[in-house]
Design a protein around this ligand. Structure first.
Ligand code: ADP
Ligand code: MG
Length: 462
């Protein structure tokens, strides 16, 4: 089983693996009520437990009978920064994406969930704590054909973040004197690293910045952090559009001949959803009838002129394309820093240097893209390839899934990053990991449970 607290939705699912990259999934989805995002941890986690109970009653009622041998093993996708101490233990570092529940910070989120599950007497055990990026990486590796698993799992949903596969010998943090990581499995020689790239460049050295970005940040629950995410992901793009349009209305006479409702979403912080941008971007009609309709229904402004509809479309395009192009940066940085295009480059630098080099790579990638360094020529040498296999990137999230042209703009930007160039970009295979965080979390719960049994845990304790 898996649950996924993504930021906007809460999903519960169970997965049956069928082999050969196939699976069967049953799932239920509910929107997270806004007041639960800023209330108490008790409220949020008991809400989740209740949804789990409904799901198990509907889909696995057999597990409520006494004869059932063990509890359902659950992968808990919790996509916020945690200090993870064990496969099913992790302490919340900080909230992101508009959540702000003070009493949960510093607590083990698996224990919070297990307590509420136990209180409702549901036969479910929280077996693994999973970041959605890692779940996406797992799901994509299971689903996509090829010799290797995926290199990157990336999310462009409410927030943005990515995880990738790193060589264990590069992670000197694990063997540094005085570390407290305890035992971990070294058999594959690899480890998945959750980058938390949403917080990239919080010092604002290279990120593009406008007055609207600054205003959004000032009025957010976490000013000064997640600055990359605030320019890329679904939680924020609608708000950037809203602030931009509001200024044009107030200072440039936009909508002066239209009907603007008094309590229009245009006047309400977070009132404009990012799906509005997708709808506007997707209008290819001559008279922009869909833009007008969206303006009426989603912004609260009716009878806009054709020029105003065109202006909306230009703004949306700028915001959406900027997001997609920025999204190419961490992907390019990881491809370069892991040496997937030029193996000679990644020898045995210790982690602290490598991490710096990942950030340096991202910074360089930004400079190619934004500060106008000459783009790589079509024939830019991509370095010797390890093999001809594609470099697989699994993605998930409504923005990458539904924003028209998102992947194309992202790819266009990848081509413009010096060193990746055209040749490297062609090897990058990007694929939606459908239901990725759910399937991935369930896969991880399965592996974690097998590992626990092998380590001597009794079946009855599961
Ligand atoms: P979660 O982040 O909870 O896993 P999603 O991946 O569905 O959920 O992402 C939700 C985010 O995507 C919200 O911020 C929402 O505004 C945005 N979104 C929803 N539908 C669309 C769409 N059609 N186009 C672009 N963004 C969308
Ligand atoms: Mg998600």
């Amino acid at each position: 089983m898996a649950v996924d607290l993504g930021g906007t939705n809460f999903r519960v699912c169970s997965v049956t693996l069928l082999g050969n990259s196939n699976f069967k999934i049953a799932q239920e989805k509910t929107q997270i009520p806004r007041d639960l995002m800023v209330g108490t941890s008790k409220k949020l986690f008991s809400f989740m437990a209740q949804q789990i109970k409904n799901f198990v009653e509907t889909h696995h009622s057999d597990h409520f009978t006494e004869s059932s041998e063990h509890r359902l093993q659950l992968g808990f996708t919790f996509s916020f920064p945690v200090d993870q101490k064990a496969v099913n233990k992790g302490y919340l570092i900080r909230w992101t994406k508009g959540f702000d529940i003070k009493d949960a910070v510093g607590q083990d989120v698996c224990e919070l969930l297990q307590n509420e599950i136990d209180a409702l007497e549901i036969p479910v055990r929280v077996a693994a704590l999973v970041n959605d990026t890692v779940g996406t990486l797992m799901a994509r590796s299971y689903e996509s054909p090829g010799k290797h698993g995926a290199l990157i799992g990336a999310i462009f949903g409410t927030g943005t973040n990515g995880a990738y596969v790193e060589n264990l010998d590069k992670l000197t943090k694990m063997t540094a004197p005085g570390n407290t990581f305890g035992e971990y499995d070294k058999s594959t020689g690899e480890m998945v690293v959750n980058t938390e790239w949403g917080n990239f460049d919080k010092g604002m050295n290279v990120l593009p910045d406008t007055e609207f970005d600054r205003q959004l940040d000032r009025d957010s629950v976490n000013p000064g952090i997640q600055m990359f995410e605030k320019r890329v992901s679904g939680m924020f793009l609608g708000e950037i559009l809203r602030l931009t349009v509001l200024k044009l209305k107030n200072e440039a006479g936009m909508f002066s001949t239209s009907n603007v409702k008094e309590n229009a979403p245009l006047f309400e912080q977070w009132g404009v959803d990012t799906s509005v941008l997708s709808d506007i971007e997707g209008d290819k009609s001559e008279d922009l009838s869909q833009v007008r309709q969206v303006a009426e229904e989603k912004l609260g402004v009716s009878e806009i002129t054709l020029d105003e509809a065109r202006a909306l479309k230009i703004l949306v395009h700028a915001i959406g394309k900027r997001s997609a192009r920025l999204s190419a940066v961490p992907i390019a940085a990881i491809i370069l820093a892991t040496g997937k295009l030029s193996p000679a480059e990644t020898t045995t630098k210790p982690t602290h240097q490598r991490r710096q080099s990942l950030i340096e790579k991202a910074t360089t990638a930004f400079q190619s893209l934004i500060l106008g360094n000459p783009p790589a020529a079509d024939t830019a040498p991509a370095g010797p390839a390890t093999d001809d296999e594609p470099i697989d990137v699994g993605v998930d999230g409504s923005v990458v899934e539904f924003y028209p042209g998102f992947e194309e703009y992202l790819r266009e930007a990848l081509r413009e990053v010096n060193e990746v160039g055209n040749l490297g970009e062609k090897r990058v295979r990007i694929g939606i990991a459908k239901d990725g965080s759910g399937v991935g979390a369930a896969l991880i719960a399965l592996v974690a449970t097998k590992a626990a049994l092998m380590a001597g845990m009794k079946k009855g304790d599961l």
